[in-house]
Design a protein around this ligand. Structure first.
Ligand SMILES: [Zn+2]
Length: 351
């Protein structure tokens, strides 16, 4: 959903964007590049940080892009033209999603360097990458069906999407270094503190440098679109929205002047405003859902036209279903709604 209060944010780099295979210098030793994505979300931002490790000077890469020949070709141009002839020394991945994790195996092999990531996201990436079920397939179809998505054509397509993740993340490095909340990682001349975020991925790691006044946000805070917060089939009774909102609140002590480097969209200032906007957005959504369920018992699928107000393709429908269930579960687990499992096998929520 587009941000109606975007004008409260500022974009210190203006409208500049790095072209494919090119970089923009955000600060000395901190470079921004973009890779294409085959979704409505058409790009991901990746970051290069000047580093030194084990007596060698080079670069730390943050996030990778999906596994594709085009992304690899763009990386090769970056290596040839924009690393000042220096090697990649380490790959940090904020979370396991394919646009962030996809080429981690290739980058770490290409440069004989280590992947740094949270343990939860590392292990989930391994499972999702090596499995032909899970993260789609029959379990997802059953889950969406239990929340009112009954269109047989849509369900058949969801069943057939079982190789969605391995297609973009065909392999995961065999070893990793574990990132945890509060850990300080020295990158070049600066300390970066790991900030765990929940609700978007199991254990998402953002990085904050006090000396630079910069946060590499990953997907936790984006300027234009709200971060996807979904319930998934693997954990159907989860409350990711509660976790996400708590995680946002824990970012409020960061300075208001922080330059936020998001995984999608442009670098921006206005972290506190953006957190307030996202909290307001979800509060309004929760109020709408509560009102609808007060009028009559509702399942997630019938809330989609009210919550999304635009035509959705299948990919968007699965995301929207996950988000609708996230809002319902938050109200249910918070005691504001009760849930029934009706004779048709569908969960409905009412006051
Ligand atoms: Zn993500």
């Amino acid at each position: 959903m587009a941000n109606p209060r975007e004008s409260e944010l500022s974009y210190p780099l203006g409208d500049q964007l790095p072209a494919p295979g090119e970089v923009l210098e955000v600060l000395p030793g901190l470079r921004w590049l973009r890779m294409g994505l085959p979704f409505a979300l058409d790009h991901i931002n990746l970051w290069l940080l000047k580093d030194d490790m084990d007596g060698r000077v080079g670069w730390t890469v943050i996030d990778c892009g999906i596994h594709s020949e085009a992304t690899q070709a763009n990386w090769e141009r970056i290596f040839a033209e924009h690393l000042d002839g220096l090697p990649v020394l380490r790959v940090i991945v904020t979370h396991f999603h394919p646009d962030h994790m996809g080429l981690a195996h290739w980058l770490t092999e290409r440069w004989a360097c280590r992947l740094w990531i949270s343990a939860t996201d590392y292990h989930l990436a391994k499972v999702a990458s090596s499995s032909t079920v899970g993260m789609g397939g029959e379990a997802a179809a059953t889950f969406f069906g239990s929340h009112g998505l009954t269109d047989p054509v849509a369900l058949e397509k969801i069943r057939g999407r079982a190789s969605y993740y391995p297609g973009m993340v065909p392999a995961v490095p065999v070893a990793f270094r574990r990132l945890m909340d509060g850990m300080v990682v020295r990158i070049g001349d600066h300390d970066w503190r790991c900030l765990v975020g929940y609700g978007h991925a199991p254990e998402h790691i953002s990085l904050f440098s006090e000396s630079l006044g910069v946060m590499v946000a990953g997907d936790m805070v984006l300027p234009r679109i709200s971060t996807n917060v979904s319930v998934v089939d693997m954990e159907p009774e989860a409350d990711p929205l509660g976790l996400y909102l708590d995680s946002l609140t824990r970012l409020l002590p960061l300075p208001a002047t922080t330059l936020v480097l998001p995984a999608h969209g442009k670098p921006f200032k206005g972290l506190h405003e953006r957190i307030d906007q996202l909290q307001q957005h979800h509060a309004e959504r929760l109020a709408e859902v509560l009102t609808a369920c007060t009028e009559k018992p509702c399942h997630a699928a019938e809330l989609l036209p009210m919550m999304f107000r635009r035509p959705l393709d299948l990919h968007q429908t699965t995301f929207a279903m996950g988000e609708a269930v996230a809002h319902l579960n938050h109200l249910w687990l918070g005691g504001q709604l009760r849930r029934t499992l009706d004779a048709d096998g569908i969960h409905r929520f009412s006051v």
